[in-house]
Design a protein around this ligand. Structure first.
Ligand SMILES: NC(=O)C1=CN([C@@H]2O[C@H](COP(=O)(O)OP(=O)(O)OC[C@H]3O[C@@H](n4cnc5c(N)ncnc54)[C@H](O)[C@@H]3O)[C@@H](O)[C@H]2O)[C@@H](O)CC1
Ligand SMILES: Nc1ncnc2c1ncn2[C@@H]1O[C@H](COP(=O)(O)OP(=O)(O)OP(=O)(O)O)[C@@H](O)[C@H]1O
Ligand SMILES: [Mg+2]
Length: 373
């Protein structure tokens, strides 16, 4: 009876499957003792050690999501900019930018190449799209001096907007063109000088892995590597292969080695560390691994990180949460919401679940945890 109830309440969402198996084992071994269900649950939590690692994601989401206060003006709930979108990819920046809006940001911008801009604009009139980036193939006849001028123009175009942003997402669908990446490096350096948080994902991680100084020591940077991106990062920064026997130690070392940037290692459980400790989010998501879910995550982390920073200054957060790095809170909240939305989408669409279906469930998933009124 207790087991069934426990599994259906928040308890199940707090545990990875391995921890759950251990908890079930412990519950079975506790049978026959005259303890109440509540005490038994506490005992199981302590014995399993799962509760200290798994983030209390719902509390984080509740604590950092701002109320819809009628006195607030446009922009106060977040202004996000995604830097990405090139000849090959238009979906990824769209997914990241539209997810930010669907969660509750007020404005979402995309900085991309001219060709990608028309396509992204046609996906949604909600996005503000800046066709400022250039790829080498478009300027192949331009000499070095001309290229320097183009690069300066791109930077000054971006500068006009940068101070307005609460967070940048660098990389979804950015591509790997050398000229374009060089310009994006300059944009990142400028954002860093202005203390604008940066979530680095996709091809942004390709750039950063090869130029780690772009983020090294920047406490407002978040890296969100998938399996491949994490492997490349570990090889480059730690000079070894990924060690699955020392997952937590390795993530801690990686974050410390990059000067305390927050890393969200995506996978079966999402692992998050800023070099102090490792927290996980293992809420059940979806068995569908369609492309684009990481893009939803990067846009979501940007919004929650911005909200967490606002709470920090307004001292609104619960005490246990207020001691946590806002970049870590942003990762916990983003990961939990994506997983909840993915679970809901899968319930309806099963095998045909796509990233756009998951995006449609972001609002409903947040509403269930932090109602709008
Ligand atoms: N619709 C779109 O426009 C999308 C564009 N995307 C963009 O595509 C660019 C490249 O990202 P990728 O994620 O493909 O680059 P990766 O270097 O991570 O992946 C390259 C290849 O590795 C394989 N792979 C992925 N996950 C794996 C796993 N868990 N184990 C073993 N192999 C695995 C995949 O088959 C993929 O072809 C980025 O800019 C990204 O943002 C993706 O976000 C997906 C959606
Ligand atoms: N094996 C898994 N089981 C459950 N959830 C997973 C698994 N792998 C990834 N996820 C979830 O999907 C999200 C996206 O992770 P994924 O590894 O697909 O990113 P990605 O490859 O960058 O995606 P994208 O296609 O957008 O580039 C993660 O945050 C995680 O919550
Ligand atoms: Mg990705």
């Amino acid at each position: 009876m207790f087991v069934k109830h426990g599994m259906n309440s928040g308890f199940s969402s707090l545990a990875s499957s391995a921890v759950l198996r251990r908890q079930q084992f412990l519950i079975r071994s506790l049978k026959g003792y005259s303890v109440s269900d509540k005490i038994r649950m506490e005992a199981v939590k302590c014995l399993s050690g799962g509760a200290s690692l798994e983030a209390n994601a719902e509390s984080v989401l509740r604590a950092i999501t701002p109320s819809l206060d009628p006195t607030r003006h446009k922009g106060q709930a977040g202004k996000i900019a995604v830097i990405g979108g090139c000849r090959e990819y238009t979906g990824a920046p769209y997914f990241a930018a539209i997810s930010a809006l669907k969660i509750g940001a007020d404005l979402s911008h995309v900085f991309c190449t001219e060709g990608a801009a028309t396509v992204i604009k046609s996906y949604s009139p909600e996005l503000i799209v800046h066709p400022i980036l250039e790829e080498s193939y478009n300027i192949s006849v331009v000499n070095d001096e001309g290229k320097r001028d183009i690069s300066k123009k791109i930077l000054s175009e971006f500068d006009k907007w940068m101070e307005r942003f609460d967070c940048l997402v660098v990389g979804p669908g950015l591509g790997r063109d050398p000229f374009l990446l060089e310009c994006v490096s300059k944009i990142m350096t400028r954002a860093r000088q202005s203390n604008v948080p940066i979530v680095v994902d996709g091809d942004g991680l390709f750039l950063v892995t090869n130029s780690i100084e772009l983020v090294s020591g920047y406490r407002l940077a978040v890296l969100t590597p998938n399996v491949n991106e994490y492997k490349r990062l570990v090889q480059k920064v730690l000079g070894c292969d990924v060690n699955d026997q020392n997952t937590h130690g390795e993530l801690l070392s990686l974050s410390k080695q990059i000067g305390g940037v927050t890393i969200l290692r995506k996978g079966k459980s999402d692992l998050i560390s800023d070099g102090e400790k490792v927290q996980s989010v293992s809420i059940y998501g979806s068995p569908r691994r369609c492309g684009g879910q990481g893009d939803i995550l990067s846009g979501s982390v940007a919004v929650f990180l911005s909200w967490a920073r606002q709470c920090n200054s307004a001292a609104e957060r619960e005490s246990t949460i207020s001691r946590t790095n806002p970049t870590v809170l942003g990762c916990i909240a983003g990961s939990a919401l994506l997983r909840k939305a993915a679970a809901l989408a899968f319930e309806h669409k099963k095998r045909s679940t796509l990233t756009t279906d998951i995006i449609e469930h972001l609002g409903q998933s947040l509403e269930a945890i932090s109602p709008a009124s």
